[in-house]
Structure formats: structure tokens, C-alpha cells
Design a protein around this ligand. Structure first.
Ligand SMILES: Nc1ncnc2c1ncn2[C@@H]1O[C@H](COP(=O)(O)OP(=O)(O)OP(=O)(O)O)[C@@H](O)[C@H]1O
Ligand SMILES: Nc1nc2c(c(=O)[nH]1)N=C(CO)CN2
Length: 167
């Protein structure tokens, strides 16, 4: 069994459609999906706002590498072009954590090292898994509480935008 937490982001083109393409692509493996959040960009701040969401997936046939590959294939299908680090993209799928797996391979760092500083991941993750723990870092709730208030406040729920699980 391989349960994973995936972070989804888009700030180019049909942003909601790109997030939905992940749920369509992963089908019955998706156990839960968060509300969609409109988030102010971090890293490179001079770019359009992102839509972000988090989903929890489980598939006995997939290991951590298979989750990475699945995410990359979905990014390709959304027409993603790799240009600027932290720059605009049609779709970004990050593997946040995979149960029982840590990795220091640069191709697949687990847990994803950016997570403790990213309210755009912590807020939606906490919503769907209130007792979540980021291995090596403590509870997601405490990580979020440690973020500056202006950072937490840059993550805005968009209940008018809905994602649907298939299957
Ligand atoms: N946990 C992970 N999830 C997704 N990609 C990862 C992970 N760990 C390492 N990578 C590697 O990161 C590389 C660059 O990914 P990407 O272009 O999405 O980075 P980014 O989104 O700009 O920055 P960040 O990784 O900080 O979110 C990929 O080639 C991938 O192999
Ligand atoms: N708010 C927000 N900002 C970002 C995001 C993202 O998903 N959300 N992804 C980036 C590239 O990894 C760079 N900046």
C-alpha cells in the first residue's frame, strides 16, 4: 500500500481545469481532495496568483517513484513547459509525503523540503487531514501556526470553484 499527499498548483491558462485533470487522471486512487484556494505567489512574486489544492491518494500498485511519474505525466499532459524555477506553470504536482518513505535523492526528496514554509500546502492539507504530521517536522497544524500571519492570510478559499473526485 502506498498512501501519498500531493500538492497541486496552477497559475496559467485554465487553472481549475488543470487541477481537475489530476483528479481525472488518478481516478479511484484519490481518497480526499481539499477546497480550491487562491494563493498569492511565493518565490517569484511577480506572476499571476495560483490556484492550489491538496489531495490524498492511495494505490497498492504505486510506490513513491510511481507517484512522482504520475504527477510528471499529468504536468506534461497539461502542456507544462519547464522554464523558470518557481515561475508560472499550467500545472505543478508535488509529492509532499509518502507514508513510511524518506528520500534524499534530488529527483525525489521526501518529505518535500519546501512544505514547512508553504501555507499554500499546509492550509489545504490541514483542511482534509486535521491530525496530519509532516515526518521529521511535527504536526501540520503547528507548522501552519508558526507561519507569519500575512503568509497564512495570503491563502484564500474559493468555494465557488469545485473539484470532483471520479470513480
Ligand atoms: N517531492 C517531490 N515532488 C516533486 N518533484 C520533486 C520532489 N523532490 C524532488 N523533485 C524534483 O524536483 C524537480 C523540479 O521540480 P519543479 O520544476 O516542479 O520545481 P519547482 O516546483 O519549481 O520548485 P519546488 O520543487 O521547490 O516546488 C523535478 O525534476 C523532480 O524530480
Ligand atoms: N502561491 C503559490 N506560489 C507558488 C507556487 C504555488 O503552488 N503556489 N508554486 C511555485 C512553483 O513551485 C512558485 N510559487
Amino acid at each position: 500500500m502506498s498512501r501519498a499527499v500531493l500538492s497541486l498548483g496552477s497559475n496559467l491558462g485554465d487553472r481549475l481545469g488543470h487541477l481537475q485533470s489530476v483528479l481525472d487522471g488518478l481516478g479511484r486512487a484519490v481518497l480526499a481532495v481539499s477546497t480550491v484556494y487562491e494563493t498569492e505567489p511565493w518565490g517569484v512574486t511577480d506572476q499571476p496568483d495560483f490556484l492550489n489544492a491538496v489531495c490524498i491518494v492511495d494505490d497498492p500498485a504505486r510506490d513513491h517513484w510511481a507517484w512522482l511519474r504520475a504527477g510528471q505525466e499529468l504536468e506534461q499532459a497539461a502542456g507544462r513547459v519547464r522554464e523558470v524555477r518557481w515561475g508560472p506553470r499550467t500545472l505543478d504536482v508535488d509529492v509532499v509525503t509518502v507514508d513510511g518513505v524518506t528520500s534524499d535523492d534530488p529527483e525525489l526528496l521526501l518529505p518535500h523540503p519546501g512544505t514547512p514554509e508553504r501555507s499554500s500546502v499546509l492550509v489545504p492539507w490541514l483542511e482534509i487531514e486535521p491530525e496530519a504530521v509532516l515526518p521529521g517536522h511535527g504536526s501540520v497544524r503547528s507548522l501552519l501556526m508558526a507561519r507569519p500571519v500575512e503568509d497564512r492570510d495570503s491563502v484564500h478559499p474559493r468555494p465557488d470553484l469545485r473539484l470532483f473526485r471520479k470513480g
